[in-house]
Design a protein around this ligand. Sequence first.
Ligand code: SF4
Length: 177
Amino acid sequence: MSDVVSLKADCSQCQALCCVALAFDRSDMFAIDKQAGVACPNLATDYGCKIHEKLGQRGFVGCQKYDCLGAGQRIVNEVFPEADWMNNASQLPVIMEAFAALRRVHELLELLLAARCLPLPDGDGAICTQLIADLSPASGWQPKTLKDFGDGDIPQRVDVFLKGLRNLTEFRNRTTK
Ligand code: SF4
């Protein structure tokens, strides 16, 4: 696996995981309430969105704003290559759990990559590089490693590292845009 995977979402390579895994609250962002784990009524059987061209007009601005940071396509293509949750509902709980974990992994990677662009002191640079490597295992992520991720120490180590950068104005500017 290369240094770091793409953090750019590619919906064409996904199975609309955000359209089933996330909960919606009826609001300016979403026209309906929807529970996590329930497919959006606008989702077509080919995993496409029936109102893709009119999301804003139909009250689904939240869909346009959401970004899985590339976690969705990795879940479908790398972690669960046999995934087809619409035709095999029993797959959904584990896929959703893994999707949430990998989305968090990508979120942390995004922050660390922003930090890595800064003129960090040597020690911090090395820590940053190590954390990025820890979030980018050579053998990729598997259901088990994603399940363990939340209970492991990586999120906390990233948190401590990032908190240590708070005084760097450049980092604040990059991560609060
Ligand atoms: S409106 Fe379309 S993009 Fe939004 S959750 Fe439903 S199917 Fe997905």
